[in-house]
Design a protein around this ligand. Structure first.
Ligand code: NAD
Ligand code: UD1
Length: 341
């Protein structure tokens, strides 16, 4: 049994599909602050299997102990947290409370229940402004906003925990830029309000919900001047979690591993790929740089290949096609009419 915190969210729901399809029993803990219960009904529809859902907050340690005991979980995949960079600058305490405080409470509950295997969602944001590319796991770590700091603090906490008790088995997965959706078109990213991230915004332009994309800067030192990122299909990312769990069965370690493709694409590459996948125009305007943005960021995914036997298999076309299938079938996300989803 695997306990998945934040399992109703974007990456969590895709990981639940892969876990269930691999024959794992799954219990989700989510407070639904950034997701809909509908996503988990869709997970069940895709897989033809059921999972247990517990509506609880990870900051509620007693509820977490109860969830661990009642589910009989052997391991936890921990997605629950807040992830909007701008919001974290405006309301840092919410990020320290939810991300750091929530993780402390979860770890205390795990310790009390003797469950010491954890896969944690970190981010390439912990590398700060890259000093060299591609990014390897030993690149110096830094943070430029409270969201990034919360990930760094949690990473350090996990390393300290493992040093204090070598029974802990911890995989820190540093995601690059997750995009796309399940090939069924039934689950995908469902941002509330105006999307901050590029691909959900592009998808809303293609579907006609917004007029154009603002390209945040074309004067970076990149091939076409626009920002370069390592976009990774969310299903590939989800599969990386299963591989991380597999490794932890053999290794009592605490290790950070990049989950990326190793290839960088520019904003304009993404717009063109999305136009092709959707058959719809994606108008854009060049706007000023976004505060806090970096020019380029992409992974060296060699460790994941060596240690996990994992590599990303879905290409840019699949990322855009699957994102488009989700967006066009569910123009209002999970609040869309479900009869034709
Ligand atoms: P998401 O917001 O879609 O999913 C997070 C889920 O956690 C949501 O269902 C939310 O309701 C739940 N949640 C939040 N706080 C909670 C709490 N206190 N108690 C219980 N549930 C809570 O986000 P996502 O994109 O699926 O991201 C999952 C994880 O991966 C996050 O930790 C995020 O920081 C990390 N991450 C995401 C990205 C990305 O681009 N999506 C990149 C790097 C890292
Ligand atoms: C953002 C977060 C980062 C987080 C990552 C994945 C910021 C400053 N950083 O990074 O902490 O880990 O998401 O969730 O928010 N772009 C546009 N127009 C848009 C949106 C984006 O041109 O409307 C550009 C950006 O300038 C960037 C690229 O598209 O070059 C990707 O942007 P985005 O999807 O927000 O991801 P990151 O910038 O990598």
């Amino acid at each position: 049994m695997i306990l998945v915190t934040g399992g109703a969210g974007y990456i969590g729901s895709h990981t639940c599909v892969e876990l269930l399809q691999a024959g794992q029993a799954v219990t989700v803990v989510d407070n639904f602050c950034n997701s809909q219960a509908e996503s988990l009904l869709r997970v069940e529809r895709i897989t033809g299997k059921t999972l247990t859902v517990i509506r609880a907050d990870i900051r509620d340690r007693a509820a977490m102990e109860q969830a661990l005991r009642s589910s009989g979980a052997q391991a936890v995949i921990h997605f629950a947290g807040l992830k909007a960079v701008g919001e974290s600058v405006e309301n840092p305490l919410a990020y320290y409370d939810n991300n750091v405080g929530g993780t402390v409470s979860l770890l205390q509950a795990m310790q009390a229940c003797g469950v010491k295997t954890l896969v944690f969602s970190s981010s390439a944001t912990v590398y700060g402004d890259p000093q060299r590319l591609p990014l390897q796991e030993d690149h110096p770590l830094s943070a430029t906003n409270p969201y990034g700091t919360s990930k760094l603090v949690i990473e350090n906490m996990l390393r300290d925990l493992h040093r204090s008790d070598a029974d802990w088995r911890i995989s820190i997965l540093r995601y690059f830029n997750p995009v796309g959706a399940h090939a069924s078109g039934l689950i995908g990213e469902d941002p509330q309000g105006t999307p901050n991230n590029l691909l959900p915004y592009v998808a809303q332009v293609a579907v006609g919900a917004r007029t154009h994309v603002n390209v945040w800067g074309n004067d970076y030192a990149t091939p076409d001047g626009t920002g370069v990122r390592d976009y990774i299909h969310v299903v590939d990312l989800a599969l990386g979690h299963l591989k991380a769990l597999e490794r932890l069965r053999q290794h009592a370690e605490c290790r950070a591993i990049n989950l990326g493709t190793g290839t960088g694409y520019s904003v304009l590459d993404m717009l063109r790929a999305f136009e092709q996948a959707s058959g719809r125009p994606v108008p854009y305007q060049i706007a000023g740089r976004r505060a806090g943005d970096i020019a380029a960021c992409y992974a060296d995914p060699a460790q994941a290949a060596q240690l996990l036997g994992w590599r990303a298999e879905r290409d840019l076309q699949a990322m855009c096609q699957d994102a488009w299938r989700w967006q066009s079938g569910n123009p209002q996300g999970y609040r869309s009419d479900t009869s034709n989803a």
